[in-house]
Design a protein around this ligand. Structure first.
Ligand SMILES: [Zn+2]
Length: 124
């Protein structure tokens, strides 16, 4: 039995589970709907035919923006409030900044780029 973080936003009986997977030999958490089954081949994930929901967020989904891992707590908040503030890091500006992360039916989650959050408020 996998640990669950909340109700799936996209199907009536789904729960979002924490699954420990391994990608290229490295352990990784996958937050996926209990109605979504995935098979892995190399680093490609494919949904099985008996899956009825495709909701999933990989723990490292924000790696491009220098956030190593999305925490279970952040996923819980995202499922509950449909948004969560995340701390990202700009390697060009060498500073942290904050963005809202929202649910996205296709990608699991996406960053709201056009809302600017004054990071000074979060530093206090
Ligand atoms: Zn679902």
């Amino acid at each position: 039995m996998n640990k669950t973080l909340g109700a799936c936003p996209y199907c009536p009986d789904g729960r979002i589970e924490v699954r420990n997977i391994s990608v290229e030999g490295k352990p990784l958490k996958l937050y996926a709907c209990s109605n979504a089954r995935w098979t892995y081949e190399y680093d490609m994930a494919e949904l099985t035919d008996d899956s009825t929901c495709s909701f999933r967020i990989f723990q490292n989904a924000l790696l491009r923006w220098n956030k190593k891992a999305i925490s279970e707590k952040e996923i819980r908040t995202l499922l509950e409030d449909e948004q969560v503030m995340v701390r990202l890091y700009s390697s060009r500006a060498k500073k942290e900044y904050y963005k809202w992360l929202v649910l996205d039916e296709e990608y699991g989650c996406s960053i709201v780029w056009d809302i600017f959050i004054n990071s000074d408020e979060n530093d206090q």
